[in-house]
Design a binder for this molecule. Structure first.
Ligand code: GLN
Length: 432
């Protein structure tokens, strides 16, 4: 069966194998030495199944795809406000290596251009450059699920020719945006850009972001949902540099490209994609990489703003096991909108029952907003002289609150029995 998906990928790769436009990056001399024909693509599902097509095992340097991960590490170590004090989150509309900062704040405009990425490196707390690089290397490796190694030649090549990045480093220092020695910070930056990955590593790193920070292969939590949310946000607005608007319109996935020829794209909750082809367009994005992501998005319906259908009803069934008792059976993922629907329907029908039973035993996942709404239902019903019980065997709505244990049951039958008792006590003459 996996062959079905494989065929999709092979076909999409086949469609673009003839796109030989673009050029190798040559401003880092070593990057001009790679085979221009290399072309690999990989996809990781949210549960860690990997599909590969073409040169998916070919290693190349991560380059700017490192930027979101170092940004995530800085957020993880310092928290958002400390990071925000030094790096903005506005798209720059400029080339990735523009020597610029925001006019008013003097901060780099975002962490996806070189200025912001160099500032992000300087924020990683460490005793010195080697320790800082080790933290970065470990962090990326935990996303990839294997140890990523340095490409010494590319590192040396970029270091020898990095005048532009040095200009950026010293500019940041002059504006008070870089506390450490610029050359030391740049050395770590060059090393992070020179870590070797494959398209499959990128797919796995993307899938880890898609899972909110859990690597689906190793099962390890390597980042937090809040850090991932912020990182993906910046990837949406700034990940493809000055092509960000085109990219969001045509592809619609948070993504990041690098001049090594890689692109990582993420569909939150669903999958990670890695593509490699080193021929770049004039913005520094892989020509085939962009085309492949475009085709994948169109053919597999991956645009993150696709309004697929009306939100599926959260209420699976509403029924009356006995007179005066109404059961609201929910299913799927309960987020704010689903919980709002349940609360609204129960409220509209409140004259038709004395006891409402909310059955969440088929709910897969629930967020805090929905939990807060639903856990307030019993109290609201009590205030109206009615009763509300919860069937919540796995404790998805109520986890620990002791006083609420009284209204929580393991099965609908238990709740109905309790409701019957309540009716006999409180509505002794006529249950209605
Ligand atoms: N190391 C590269 C540089 O700083 C990264 C640029 C990129 O991939 N866009 O120029």
């Amino acid at each position: 069966m996996a062959k079905l998906v494989q065929r999709y990928l092979d076909r999409i790769r086949e469609e673009h194998v003839g796109d030989t436009g673009g050029a190798l990056a040559d401003y880092i001399p070593e990057l001009a030495c790679v085979d221009p024909d290399g072309f690999g693509m990989s996809l990781s599902s949210a549960d860690g199944f990997i599909y590969e097509s073409g040169d998916a095992a070919l290693e190349f340097t991560i380059q700017s795809i490192s930027k979101p991960f170092t940004y995530a590490l800085a957020l993880d170590r310092l928290g958002a406000s400390a990071v925000d004090a030094k790096i903005g989150v506005e798209p720059s509309g400029e080339a990735f290596n523009e020597i610029s900062v925001d006019r008013a704040t003097k901060k780099p405009k975002n962490p996806m251009i070189n200025a912001g990425a160099i500032a992000a490196v300087s924020l990683i707390p460490a005793a010195g450059p080697d320790e800082r690089f080790a933290l970065i290397q470990d962090f990326y490796s935990s996303f990839a699920g294997r140890r990523l190694e340095l490409d010494d030649q590319v590192y040396a090549s970029e270091k020898a020719t990095g005048s532009r990045n040095r200009a950026i480093g010293y500019m940041l220092q002059s504006f008070g945006m870089l506390d450490d020695d610029p050359d030391e910070v740049l050395d770590v930056y060059y090393r992070q850009c020179s870590l070797r990955v494959t398209s499959t590593d990128l797919a796995k790193m993307g899938a880890t972001l898609a899972r909110g920070g859990v690597n689906p292969q190793t099962g390890r939590r390597v980042s937090t949902p809040d850090v991932v949310k912020r990182t993906l946000s910046v990837m949406v607005t700034c990940g493809m540099y000055d092509a960000a608007g085109d990219w969001v319109s045509a592809v619609g996935m948070p993504a990041k490209s690098g001049v090594g020829g890689g692109i990582v794209a993420v569909l939150p909750g669903q999958l990670g994609i890695g593509v490699y082809s080193p021929l770049l367009d004039d913005k520094g994005n892989s020509v085939r990489g962009v085309q492949v992501c475009r085709s994948l998005s169109e053919q597999l319906g991956l645009h993150f703003l696709t309004v697929a259908r009306d939100s599926r009803a959260t209420l699976r069934a509403v029924y009356e096991p006995r007179e005066g008792i109404r059961v609201y059976e929910t299913h799927g993922d309960l987020l704010f909108c689903g919980a709002e629907q349940v609360v609204r329907v129960a409220d509209r029908e409140r004259d038709d029952f004395e006891v409402a039973i909310l059955d969440v035993s088929r709910v897969d996942d629930i967020d805090d907003a929905a939990r807060a709404l639903l856990s307030g239902m019993s109290a609201a019903l009590r205030a109206q002289g009615k009763a509300g019980y919860l069937v919540d065997p796995d404790g998805v709505v109520i986890r620990s609150e002791k006083e609420l244990e009284a209204v929580r049951f393991r099965t609908v039958a238990d709740a109905v029995e309790e409701a019957q008792g309540w009716l006999e006590q409180n509505r002794p003459v006529s249950p209605r």
